[in-house]
Design a protein around this ligand. Structure first.
Ligand code: ATP
Ligand code: MG
Length: 405
């Protein structure tokens, strides 16, 4: 280690981490940070309570910042000077770290190791006095314009200010909570639902159902672009494109009109459940929000879920549309979601959809359908799009509609 060098210092929330869980979390976060910084030639190491990224050139900061801001599990990260844990060195370097035009400051020190030969308060006083002597700034402990942070481990220290510190997305690193299959419709809600579960540490495998050739293929292309945006948050993604036209034609011909939309949903879950088994995923995720449309009443959500044994997670269930839209904009999927598409389910939509169905009613409405055969047939015709991490390789071309349909 050079005596003094610029690093990125990555912090995570430790409150909810205990015992064995914590070591596992740190190991997964370390590999997520390594993956996110792939190709930049940086060295990523795990130290007690933090991760340090070394070898960064000044021109790489913006790129590192952009990439770390998409690693779940990071509470915040700071661009910091790494130095020996020695107050003379820190006192000498601190004033250079203060941006032009600052009026007042304070120093806040944190010792990770109690065996250091000085207390936190001594460190704050010593470095604060050096800054005052070098710059003439005033100290303001209650409402400083700038805070200078010192962190100490036994063999090194870090120096940065709040201007050098950036928020991470929080949550848990992807991989900490296993895998899920997320149903992506091409609309606004489902990518946000997937993102929320990814944020809690689950890697999402995506499934989209299209009605080609009854509709165009635009929804599948949109789902692929949404999956690309989401892939940056989890190091790549797999997207299964499943034709639903065959299932829909059967439902149209053989089931009561008012249940159509709900029966489409039941088939979507069944097919997604089969994909989850193959992908080793423990749950299905949808973008339903309570009461948003007729198919999303409590009764209908329940009756649809009963088509499968799987856990169906609906992370947006208590959100307003305005909240979902704001989040979609932050994530970067909104602009894709509002592009035109022919929805697979507005096609052949019932005039008066059932708003309170029961699982028994829906099962009866499927009496004349060869459920298993329809599921198999759709699975057999599915396409798989593999999207690499954007830091490793460019995205594949947009998918083409299936040839024989
Ligand atoms: P979204 O904005 O995600 O389309 P929505 O509010 O329009 O949601 P619906 O169209 O009723 O609601 O769909 C509810 C959920 O069912 C979606 O969020 C999605 O998870 C799943 N879903 C619906 N259509 C499809 C589809 N064609 N492919 C994959 N999943 C779908
Ligand atoms: Mg929709």
């Amino acid at each position: 280690m050079a005596a003094v060098s610029e690093v990125a210092l990555v912090h995570y929330h430790e409150v909810s981490l205990k015992g064995k869980n914590r070591a596992r979390f740190e190991q997964i976060l370390l590999s997520r940070v390594q993956e996110a910084l792939f190709g930049l030639g940086l060295k990523v190491s795990r130290l007690p309570g933090r991760i340090v990224v070394r070898g960064m050139g000044a021109t790489q900061r913006a790129e590192v910042r952009e990439r770390l801001s998409k690693v779940f599990g990071i509470a915040n990260f700071a661009f910091a000077l790494e130095t020996p844990p020695d107050l003379e060195t820190l006192a000498r370097l601190a004033s250079d770290r203060i941006p032009e035009g600052t009026q007042s400051f304070r120093v806040s020190a944190k010792r990770g190791n109690k065996r250091l030969p000085f207390t936190s308060v001594e460190a704050e006083r010593r470095v604060g006095a050096a800054i005052v002597a070098a710059t003439g700034l005033s100290v303001n402990l209650k409402h400083p314009e700038l805070t200078v942070f010192l962190e100490f481990a036994l063999d090194r220290a870090w120096l940065y200010t709040d201007r050098d510190r950036h928020p991470g997305p929080g949550g848990l690193p992807v991989g900490a909570s296993g895998r899920v299959v997320a149903l992506l419709s091409g609309g606004i809600d489902s990518p946000v639902a997937a993102w929320r579960i990814m944020k809690r540490g689950a890697k999402a495998v995506f499934v989209h159902f299209h009605s080609y050739p009854h509709t165009d293929f635009a929804s599948a292309v949109k789902a692929k672009r949404e999956a690309e945006v989401l892939a940056a948050w989890q190091g790549g993604a797999r997207l299964h494109l499943v034709p639903l036209a065959g299932v829909q034609a059967e439902i149209f011909a053989k089931s009561p009109e008012k249940y159509r939309t709900l029966l489409y949903r039941r088939f979507m879950l069944r097919i997604a459940e089969r994909i989850a088994e193959r992908e080793g995923a423990g749950a299905l995720v949808t973008g339903d929000a309570l009461g948003q449309v007729a198919s999303q009443t409590l009764e209908n959500l329940h009756a649809v879920s009963k088509a499968v044994a799987s856990l169906v997670l609906r992370p947006l269930v208590g959100m307003d549309k305005t909240e979902v839209i704001a989040e979609a904009k932050r994530i970067g999927t909104y602009a894709i979601s509002v592009l035109p598409q022919q929805d697979c389910c507005s096609f052949l939509e019932p005039r008066r959809p059932a708003t309170r169905s029961t699982p028994e009613e829906l099962a009866a409405a499927e009496d004349d359908l060869a459920v298993d055969a329809l599921v198999e047939e759709a699975l057999a015709k599915a396409q798989l799009v593999k999207i690499p991490s954007p830091y490793r390789a460019p995205a594949p071309p947009d998918p083409e509609p299936p040839k024989e349909a």
